[in-house]
Design a protein around this ligand. Structure first.
Ligand SMILES: NC(=O)c1ccc[n+]([C@@H]2O[C@H](COP(=O)([O-])OP(=O)(O)OC[C@H]3O[C@@H](n4cnc5c(N)ncnc54)[C@H](OP(=O)(O)O)[C@@H]3O)[C@@H](O)[C@H]2O)c1
Length: 271
């Protein structure tokens, strides 16, 4: 089994660990390096996972996953580069760090060390994530295949050119937050119309689950699925008219543009 070291046990590090364990990855082949001690202890007790230092994790892993914040990227990669990276074994770095290009890591590592940049999302926690891969300069087809195999156990996998990853981050990396925000707004609106919060929450959650399942399983486009709900002169048409006149589409366009720009900016400032 491939030995995986996760550097940074925050939200996305935990989602990956939980998703991999749930999909059958052996706990003995996973370690986490997390600098915040009580958080490391929490991960150890929740998942039975070994916690260790960056150097130990990097020396013994096949795949070193970076799940730290962009501002910690440089110091973590410098620390990894100082450890005894195994020349005998094919090791690689998988960076989940938003915005930071592989070209920023490669010069800090031993010559030719493969790096793959990945934009995952938190639904990997329940095996329904989407991970978008972009190989760095030295990553070969077999490295990409290994990472694709690992991440396909926690959801879908797509490969793009690295110059598309900031846009990908805006769509699917941050995407779950938009859905949670819409869910929150719909629950509040239901409460405003007199439903209890419990009833409104149950209705919104199941409506989202059912709609997502239809999007996934149906051959119809989102537009066609929406038309099927929209009876002529009915309630849905009245609601959609309000959403459109309040600028829903423009709001999403501006929001995703802001996310993409922020991703690019984080890559520049994470020097
Ligand atoms: N959350 C998402 O949905 C998501 C999705 C895609 C990509 N990402 C990317 O994933 C990365 C982590 O995001 P996050 O949301 O998981 O953030 P987070 O919850 O703040 O987690 C980052 C973790 O890394 C730890 N860390 C920092 N420096 C470390 C070091 N030297 N050694 C070991 N651990 C260290 C942090 O510890 P301290 O708190 O003690 O600093 C923290 O627990 C970011 O680069 C983000 O762009 C996140």
């Amino acid at each position: 089994m491939t030995r995986i070291a996760v550097i940074g046990g925050g939200r996305i590090g935990e989602a990956l660990i939980a998703g991999l364990l749930e999909s059958g990855h052996a706990v003995r082949d996973l370690v986490v390096a997390e600098k915040f001690e009580s958080r490391a202890a929490e991960l150890a007790s929740t998942y039975g996972i070994l916690t260790t230092s960056i150097s130990e994790a990097s020396e013994n892993a096949d795949v070193i996953v970076l799940a730290v914040k962009p501002g910690d990227a440089e110091s973590v990669v410098t620390e990894i580069a100082k450890t005894d990276l195994d020349g005998e074994r094919e090791q690689l770095i998988v960076s989940l760090i938003a915005g930071v290009p592989t070209a920023k890591f490669e010069p800090k590592l031993p010559a030719g060390f493969p790096v793959i940049r990945v934009m995952p999302n938190t639904p990997m926690l329940v095996g329904e994530g989407v991970s978008v891969l972009a190989p760095g300069r030295y990553a070969k087809a077999e490295h990409l295949e290994l990472v694709r195999t690992i991440l396909s156990s926690v959801g879908k996998v797509v490969t793009v050119k690295e110059n598309q990853l900031d846009a990908v981050t805006a769509v699917s990396g941050s995407g779950p937050a938009y859905f949670f925000l819409v869910a929150e707004a719909m629950v509040d609106a239901g409460v405003g119309l007199g439903l209890s919060r419990d009833v409104a929450s149950a209705l919104v959650v199941q409506t989202m689950v059912g709609s997502a399942a239809m999007l996934d399983r149906s051959d119809e486009t989102p537009t066609e699925l929406r038309y099927a709900v929209t009876s002529p002169g009915g309630t849905t048409a009245a609601a959609v008219r309000e959403l459109e006149s309040n600028g829903l589409r423009a709001a999403f366009f501006h929001a995703l543009s802001a996310a993409k720009d922020r991703s690019t900016e984080m890559g520049i400032t994470a020097e």
